[in-house]
Design a protein around this ligand. Structure first.
Ligand code: NAI
Ligand code: MG
Length: 490
């Protein structure tokens, strides 16, 4: 069995450096002590003069101070975006595309820097930042750059027009990648942007601000401001924003939906998930076990589409669980900057607390608790890979998003039973199916109330394929041609 997590995302290019950084290397990464707001093409001080710390969750050490934008700063950013919209929306489509290509290429050139900073600020393993997050983020810019001058083919005879100023709020689990998912389609369709990264992971978005400045993109087309929930709410409530795109928790998604009710702002929400990963008796079992591991432990389980509910068909349950436990023992939890690390640091102290709370809940609910026996570092926020066997459908650990390396395990006998259980949940973002039979895949994927269904693979992402949910997982799609739609008037 391969000892490494199978996490390559089927990319058509990877970064040109095949090694991971040593602690020495991280000293050469250019980080400021203090970061200001990127508004109208320049870094400017926040109105409040307030700054907050961003820490490295693997060491608990402060990395830098980041500006806290208040309503006045948000207003300044929106005004800059509005002013820039006048020219940008009239810039020829081909010209717009050129800038987006340039951003993509600059990201590739600085891939190493982006990867190391992403890992330091957020705790994800360097192998993932290097091979997935950063190249995929650049790919989203490349892909959308290609659409810029082909919009009339994307929406034939429908005269696609930009909406105006897009306010975008993103989470901490894929900081750079989510920035790319949001900014690239907005620019390709001729909108301007005010975007806010999450408060625990602002640094790669601020690096991206440097790339955007260096790309020569006209001032004010992209504004990147930092802060927490209050700053996010100020973007949502600003009267001169035409569209809100949000990725994050279902609770905040609902607040945003209420806040903009009755306005003519357009909205897309990409919220939580609790995906079923379903293993049939006829599945290639070793491959499926790798898929289970990748499904739940990729990015410490901080993945909205994580395969966090495992369904195993009864006849193979014992063997799958045994193999899964063995495989979990081989996972290395620790220093995210070490290229051999499989599971890095939990993103924040708060998130670790939330995961630990769910582990307590699971134990009290009576599911059978199992953790890998691996060592974890004494400092930093870490969690061992965890299973809850014999979980039942009504358990909170089965119904609620934990967003950590915690997998619930249920067994099933028939297809009807597993479809019912898989769908009986407030979320509907993704699902996985493992079987030898194409007909089963065909049958099941139509019946899953999930936006994305993977068959005999898991957590594969590509800029050409749309991503998004049903039910409490949100609405609207990102990626592919579908991802342009929320940014145009037809
Ligand atoms: P969150 O939803 O509070 O944060 C996401 C983003 O929204 C951040 O940029 C935050 O500053 C911003 N935000 C917070 N309150 C806001 C408001 N009232 N108006 C506008 N923007 C606001 O997520 P949090 O608290 O960091 O994580 C809690 C849980 O949410 C996680 O444990 C996980 O279950 C879920 N989550 C799901 C994500 C996903 O990709 N589906 C991403 C992040 C969190
Ligand atoms: Mg941080």
């Amino acid at each position: 069995m391969s000892k490494k997590l199978e996490t390559k995302a089927g990319l058509d290019f990877v970064t040109d450096w095949a090694y991971a950084p040593s602690p020495e290397d991280t000293k050469h990464i250019k980080l400021e002590k203090q970061y200001d707001l990127f508004i109208d093409g320049k870094f400017v001080k926040p109105n409040s003069k307030k700054y907050f710390d961003t820490v490295n969750p693997a060491t608990e050490q402060k990395i830098a101070e980041v500006a806290e934008a208040d309503e006045k700063d948000v207003d300044k950013a929106v005004k800059a975006a509005r002013k820039a919209f006048g020219k940008w929306s009239k810039t020829s489509a081909k010209e717009r595309g050129k800038y987006i290509y340039r951003i993509a290429r600059l990201m590739q050139e600085r891939a190493r820097e982006f990867s190391i900073i992403e890992t330091m600020d957020g705790g994800k393993p360097i192998r993932e930042s290097r091979d997935i997050d950063v190249p995929l983020a650049a790919n989203h810019f490349f892909y959308n750059a290609g659409w810029a001058d082909k919009l009339e083919y994307a929406f034939p005879n429908r005269n696609p027009q930009p909406l105006g100023v897009a306010g975008q709020i993103i989470p901490w689990n894929f900081p750079l990648l989510m920035a790319a998912w949001k900014i690239a389609p907005a620019l390709a369709t001729g909108n301007t942007v005010v975007i806010k990264p999450a408060e625990t992971t602002p640094l790669t978005a601020l690096k991206l601000a440097e790339v955007i400045r260096d790309s020569g993109l006209p001032d004010g087309v992209v504004n990147i401001i930092t802060g927490a929930g209050k700053t996010g709410a100020a973007i949502v409530n600003h009267p001169d924003v035409n569209k809100i795109a949000f990725t994050g928790s279902t609770d905040v998604g609902k607040l945003i939906q209420k806040a903009i009710a009755g306005t003519d702002k357009k909205l897309t929400l990409e919220l939580g998930g609790k995906a079923a990963n379903i293993i049939f008796e006829d599945a290639p079992l070793d491959q499926a076990v790798e898929g289970i591991i990748n499904g739940i432990f990729f990015n410490q389980g901080h993945v909205c589409c994580a395969g966090s509910r495992l369904f195993v068909q009864e006849g193979v349950a014992d063997i799958v669980i045994r193999k899964l436990k063995d495989r979990m023992e081989s996972l290395i939890v620790g220093d995210p900057l070490d290229k051999n690390t499989d599971i890095g640091a939990i993103n924040s102290k708060e998130q670790l607390g939330k995961i630990q709370e769910y582990i307590k809940i699971g134990k009290n609910e009576g599911a059978e608790f199992h953790q890998s026996s691996c060592a974890i570092p004494g400092k930093g926020y870490f969690c061992r890979p965890t299973l809850f066997l014999n979980a039942s459908q009504s358990h909170r650990i089965v119904q609620e998003e934990i967003f950590g390396p915690v997998l619930t395990v249920q067994t099933f006998r028939t297809i009807e039973e597993v479809i019912e259980k898989a769908n009986n949940i407030p979320y509907g973002l993704s699902a996985g199916i493992w079987t030898d039979k194409g007909s089963k895949i065909f049958n099941l994927s139509g019946k899953m109330r999930a936006g994305v269904v993977w068959a005999n693979t898991y957590n594969k992402f590509d800029p050409t394929s749309p991503f998004g949910g049903y039910k409490e997982s949100g609405f609207g799609r990102e990626g592919g041609l579908h991802g342009l739609l929320p940014y145009v008037k037809l």
